[in-house]
Ligand binder design. Structure first.
Ligand code: NI
Length: 169
């Protein structure tokens, strides 16, 4: 299966606010193929989450698998957080910001509502790394990156580091 190119910070396309998915199309060939390609791209990277925005598809969906053995692939279409509680700090990374890791504070537990790849609505209570990952990927759908939570000085350091790495490719 062909892998999808992942947009990298500071590509302005990562700032696009994604549009809601027409849920009646989720079970169609086009979306099903995209889900498969996004999982393949994410596993290959390797990563634990990938938002459509990162592969230049500006619709509200993302794929996640926080298992160790690729055994729990989750598709979230039109995700919405219904409840959030507590705080946790987790050292995040992002396939669109390669080689950069930084502590981000997010809700500790969340209740999320979304549509799965069968086109069915579901609700999920998440904590730990899954809760972090869902919040991180949902940010992508709003054009937001985890480096936005850093101080301007630190973010500028990240930008310079990535520009240098890109030059040396
Ligand atoms: Ni990311």
């Amino acid at each position: 299966m062909s892998l999808l190119p992942i947009l990298e910070f500071p590509d302005p396309r990562l700032r696009t606010v994604a549009k809601p998915v027409d849920v009646s199309k989720v079970t169609g060939d086009e979306f099903q193929a995209l889900f498969d390609q996004m999982f393949a791209t994410m596993y290959d990277a390797p990563g634990i989450g990938l938002a459509a925005s990162q592969v230049d598809v500006h619709q509200r969906f993302m794929v996640i698998d926080v298992s160790e053995d690729q055994s729990n692939p989750l598709v979230f279409v039109n995700p919405e957080i219904l409840e959030r509680d507590g705080e946790q700090v987790y050292q995040e990374g992002c396939l669109s910001v390669p080689g950069i890791f930084a502590d981000v504070t997010r809700a500790n537990t969340i209740k999320v509502k979304a549509v799965n790849r069968q086109g069915e609505e579901f609700e999920l209570d998440a904590d730990g790394v899954l809760a972090v990952c869902i919040q991180h990927e949902m940010d992508h759908l709003d054009g937001k990156l985890f480096v936005d939570y850093l101080s301007p000085l630190k973010r500028e350091m990240v930008r310079k580091k990535l520009a240098k790495a890109a030059k040396n490719k």
